[in-house]
Design a protein around this ligand. Sequence first.
Ligand SMILES: [Zn+2]
Length: 359
Amino acid sequence: MSILESGKKKSWVPTMIGAVLLLCGIAFHRVPFPIQIEDDLRDALNSINGDVKGVLQDDGSVPPITESAPVETAEDKSAVSGLKLHFVNVFQGDAIYIELPGGKTALIDAGPAPDPESEYKTPIVSSFLKKRGVAKIDHLVMTHPHADHYGGLKWVFEELQVDHFYDTRIDNSDADGDNLAREQAKKEPGCVVHYPAEGDQLDWAQGVKVKVLHSCPNRGRSADHRPDVGAFLNNCSIVLKLSYQGSSALLMADAQEEVEARLVQTYGRGLQSDVLKVGHHGSKYSTTEAFLKKVKPEAAFIEVGKYNDFGHPTPDVLARLKAAGAKIHRTDKEGTIEYAMKAPRPSAKLFFGSIFSAD
Ligand SMILES: [Zn+2]
């Protein structure tokens, strides 16, 4: 119970002392307050809601990437040392590059392989990673064995150092690229292979909670699940929820409505996330109304190619996201999109609650 709430029992003196501390803190927030108070004030003064920076897509075939590194200023410092998500424009496919606090990196999927007919010999994601000077991926995730997710992994293993590889045990019986990536992971010096299960928590960086909400850790072959092999593999996606400084992101890979229903049943309100990486490129089989009611995303990111044969994202999904109040971002329209996860803007309750809290 706070002092404000229990005013009858406690003297007004602590309240006055608190108010003076607050005013001093606003004017001189570098003055060494007790750690909790100083941290709260610093966060309150420095933090804003996570912001989005989009890069317009070129018309040509050169994959668009962020042209310039963000300038580091005193005000930006918390963001630079914080957590940033980059929804990399790999056309039709997924690749999410994550800068973790402390300098570590994660890559969730690597988009498609290069088209053998094209002049490009490396996958689209390679342009983004090379331009940023990325030499090492600490945590590499293959959410599920579909080519628009694992296609770029061959290049990643060949060109970059990978320390941890997260995989399902599902074999795409109609493809070889998934097993090639698995072989590469085994041969990668020092690389640890993980098969995360639902409920696991991954240790990626201090202050960052990475929870596995769904996966397929048991062995299986897609051929045993005909005729709807595509949906079966999509529903084997590793689904992660990242939480950092009170902000959260739900990364759905290609999970469909069956998984969403299960997540709603299991986690309910626990699904609430500021950011939603929309499942399955905005397909009509994902992003149900019931699911959105629990997630309540402020921002929704759709990784999708401008030209795709599937009609992604579907008008139904866009309408459902809009109705849920989410701001929609699409890689086919904005190119690679950067999102900095920061603490939500503090409310008066947080201010006074933290300073006057009696416990
Ligand atoms: Zn996909």
